[in-house]
Write a protein that binds this ligand. Structure first.
Ligand code: URP
Ligand code: ZN
Ligand code: ZN
Length: 470
């Protein structure tokens, strides 16, 4: 037995896979061809491939679509909060992601006060090495010190090119406008990207205090404390700063029609303004805040769920290319954690899960309801995130030389989402009872078959994705 033979059958990493008869869908086109994968990469794409090299596994993808593995550009695994850590860590969260067809994750690095960005990055990488998905981070400066400029440059040298600032959460990780301006100035100068949580923290604090004085402290007042204008005026402010500093910016979890209008205007003027929304803002609305605490608390997230009209605007913004990426803002908490705010919504940890469902929901409620095309589905779930954050064409593409992150997608399978059948490590489910059609029957990541028939079949770890500046 030769060494090569032995190696092939003792590790999956070197598995040579031939996918036959599938319909390959990219962000630009769709065509029938076979794909040969070796050493984690796509090696050949051609009709009726005749492979002379060894093939360990042939997959017949007749009647199936082949999509690039999903990239979720916005997740918070094991996020520390006063109510404890968000319920998924990198191990459980990445497993749920893979089962849903997402093969790469972009999470966050949030330093402690006084800790350097680079030290925080080292700590976070150690946590993330449990991830089964490939991963990278947006790094969050939470204060401006005399060394922040150098720390940002150090992060860029280490393969981190996007930096996240919070205009809300002023009492913990939020930055004031002067410091946001400084971050944009330095990041722009160094050809990086600033991503922003746009909510006017001071105004929200004022509104929350007013509600508290009146004893209005149940979850139904969470959206009242964060009205649409608190988002859109922050979006406007962020864009003005981006124009002056010439820094490309990416507005996370855009949720309102007003914000979309402002973003569209700036894009038309030619500024590099990117915008993301999330499935919860496309599919759920603020009627979810009516009811008993145990039901409504799970929708406490920031920004809050909005009106039905906003959903329509957001779908429209996707189809017009104003919103180019869909993140989940995956940040689940268990009921026990949400109960910390039973008597005061201000103490409910903000966030909900979704990393497992993003692809199925967008396929069902986007593609199958004719809101987006198949190509747009690939674009918003994978290609644009790769392009925006410096991972393209390694990720987000089906091409020779790209990482073999592929979904063999059965477009017919019907499922229903329940807390009892999801794989997210959380006892709450915001999409409870949502029906879906289509699922990733096989998930290949870095050339390894990681999921087959809804089961994780291989648990090798993902890798840190070093990203170059553009
Ligand atoms: O409510 C949310 N979105 N929690 C996670 C943190 C954030 O603001 O993105
Ligand atoms: Zn946020
Ligand atoms: Zn977030």
């Amino acid at each position: 037995m030769t060494m090569k033979f032995l190696k092939r059958f003792t590790t999956f990493t070197d598995m040579n896979i031939l996918i036959k008869n599938g319909t390959i869908v990219t962000s630009r086109n769709a065509f029938n061809a076979d794909i040969y994968i070796s050493e984690g990469k796509i090696v050949q794409i051609r009709t009726s491939l005749n492979i002379l090299e060894p093939v360990d596994r042939t997959i017949d993808a007749k009647g199936r679509f082949i999509f690039p593995g999903g990239i979720d550009p916005h997740v918070h695994m094991h996020l520390p909060t006063p109510a404890g850590f968000s319920a998924d860590d990198f191990d459980t969260g990445s497993k749920a992601a893979l089962l849903g067809g997402t093969t790469s994750l972009l999470d966050f690095v949030t330093p402690q006060k006084g800790q350097s960005l680079i030290d925080a990055l080292i700590d976070r990488k150690a946590e993330a090495n449990q991830s089964l998905c490939d991963y990278s981070f947006h790094v969050s400066p939470i204060e401006w010190t005399k060394s922040t400029e150098q720390e940002i440059k150090d992060c860029i040298d280490s393969g981190i090119t996007s930096f996240k600032v919070y205009m809300a959460y002023k009492d913990s990780i939020g930055l004031n406008d002067d410091d946001i301006f400084r971050v944009m100035h330095v990041v722009g100068k160094n050809r990086g990207m600033v991503t922003l949580h746009c909510e006017n923290g001071d105004e929200i604090e004022k509104l929350r205090n007013e509600l508290a004085v009146k004893g209005k402290l149940s979850p139904e007042f969470h959206p009242v404390s964060r009205p649409a204008y608190t988002e859109s005026e922050s979006v406007q402010m962020a864009i003005e700063m981006a124009k002056i500093t010439k820094c490309p910016i990416y507005i996370v979890h855009t949720s309102t029609s007003e914000s979309i209008e402002i973003i569209e205007k700036a894009q038309k003027e030619g500024y590099p303004i990117y915008s993301e929304t999330c499935p919860q803002y496309l599919l759920l609305d603020d009627s979810k805040y009516n009811g008993r605490f145990e039901e409504t608390c799970k929708y406490v997230m920031s920004p809050p769920l909005r009106k039905l009209e906003d959903q329509l605007t957001l779908w429209n913004a996707i189809s017009k290319g104003i919103v180019k990426t869909i993140g989940t803002d995956h940040c689940p908490f268990n009921l026990e954690q949400k109960l910390k705010g039973k008597n005061d919504f201000r103490n409910i940890p903000n966030g909900a899960g979704g990393v497992e469902h993003r692809m199925k929901l967008l396929f069902t409620y986007g593609v199958l309801q004719n809101r987006i095309s198949y190509n747009q589905f690939v674009d918003i779930t994978s290609t644009q995130a790769a392009k925006t954050f410096g991972l393209y064409p390694q990720k987000g593409e089906i091409a020779v030389g790209s990482d073999a992150d592929l979904l063999i997608w059965n477009p017919k399978t019907e499922n229903e989402i329940f807390v009892d059948n999801h794989h997210q490590n959380c006892d709450l489910e915001i999409y409870e009872g949502f029906k879906t059609i289509g699922e990733p029957e096989i998930v290949i990541a870095n050339g390894e078959i990681k999921v087959e028939n809804n089961k994780l079949v291989y648990e090798s770890k993902g890798k840190f994705l070093k990203r170059p500046v553009k």
